[in-house]
Design a protein around this ligand. Structure first.
Ligand SMILES: NC(=O)c1ccc[n+]([C@@H]2O[C@H](COP(=O)([O-])OP(=O)(O)OC[C@H]3O[C@@H](n4cnc5c(N)ncnc54)[C@H](OP(=O)(O)O)[C@@H]3O)[C@@H](O)[C@H]2O)c1
Length: 258
């Protein structure tokens, strides 16, 4: 029987693979049989994730790159093509979550949010999509956030540039999906809610009051557990989702519907 989730023979590029959701996803891709290009700025972190993947019996390469820098992105994609010959799956996951509202955000922070969370997806996709078109096959998954569709009114957790950038990811996903479907490429977005990671461990996960309030508000009455994003990512990256295109799937325990 064909396993629709099997990723054997596939090459995956994961951005933001040096920590959190990206490193978890990279390991899951390797477990499903794919070879993984691990991209981020911190090389040592990438090397240690590559070592973990090796211990799991998988294969990966670390690729140091800042997704906001076009020259670095171009070189990184070329390096992956040189090593693996193709890219079948692109997980655009690199992101920053900068605190602040329009009344107190610096222009520098605004630009950092938009450049990392939106321009980064544009740049990496710009260099990967031509290879996907050439092979008439590709799966692109863009990481947005539940905060693309809901905001927090508590001043402690105000993040307007994050809200704006993650909403933009959904728009970009729809545009890409509409254009590249005819080339055998699907493009979808995912909206995680609260997962523990470098972004959240010293902020949201440090506040017992926030965690209690969040859990009370969420239908499943808890934050996400490690690895709970992977099922959706594997689904959207595999042939199980061959006719799913331009969609935004929330992985949020239902917090956005109450
Ligand atoms: N954790 C959550 O609750 C949650 C909820 C919703 C959405 N998300 C989204 O999930 C994604 C992953 O976040 P996370 O929670 O796993 O946080 P994280 O542990 O801080 O991971 C962020 C990743 O992005 C990379 N990155 C940041 N700026 C970069 C740049 N300029 N170039 C290349 N890579 C860059 C970081 O690597 P380097 O620093 O090594 O470059 C790191 O690997 C983000 O897009 C985030 O917005 C997270």
């Amino acid at each position: 029987m064909k396993n629709l989730f099997d990723l054997k023979g596939k090459i995956v590029l994961v951005t933001g693979a040096s920590s959190g959701l990206g490193s978890d996803a990279a390991k899951a891709y390797a477990e499903y049989g794919a070879k993984v290009a691990l991209l981020a700025r911190r090389k040592e972190k990438l090397e240690s994730i590559a070592e973990e993947i090796k211990q799991l019996g998988g294969e990966s390469i670390p690729v140091q790159c800042d997704v906001t820098n076009e020259e670095m992105v171009k070189n990184a994609v070329e390096e992956i093509i040189k090593q693996y010959g193709k890219i079948d799956i692109l997980l655009n996951n690199s992101g920053v979550a900068i605190k602040g509202g329009v009344h107190n955000l610096t222009e520098e922070d605004w630009n950092k949010s938009m450049n990392t969370n939106v321009k980064g997806i544009y740049l990496v996709s710009k260099y990967v999509i031509p290879y996907m078109k050439e092979q008439n096959y590709g799966k692109v998954v863009n990481i947005a956030s539940v905060n693309a569709v809901i905001a927090d009114k508590d001043d402690l957790f105000i993040r307007h540039s994050y809200n704006a950038s993650k909403s933009a990811v959904i728009g970009l996903t729809k545009g890409m999906a509409a254009s590249y479907g005819k080339h055998g490429i699907t493009v979808n977005a995912v909206g995680p809610a609260l997962f523990e990671s470098e972004i959240t461990k010293d902020t949201l996960f440090k506040s017992d009051e926030f965690l209690k309030e969040y859990s009370e508000k969420n239908p499943v009455e808890r934050p996400a557990e490690k690895g709970e994003l992977n099922g959706t990512l594997i689904y959207l990256s595999s042939d199980a989702s061959s006719y799913v295109n331009g969609q935004f799937i929330l992985v949020d325990g239902g917090v956005s519907i109450v």
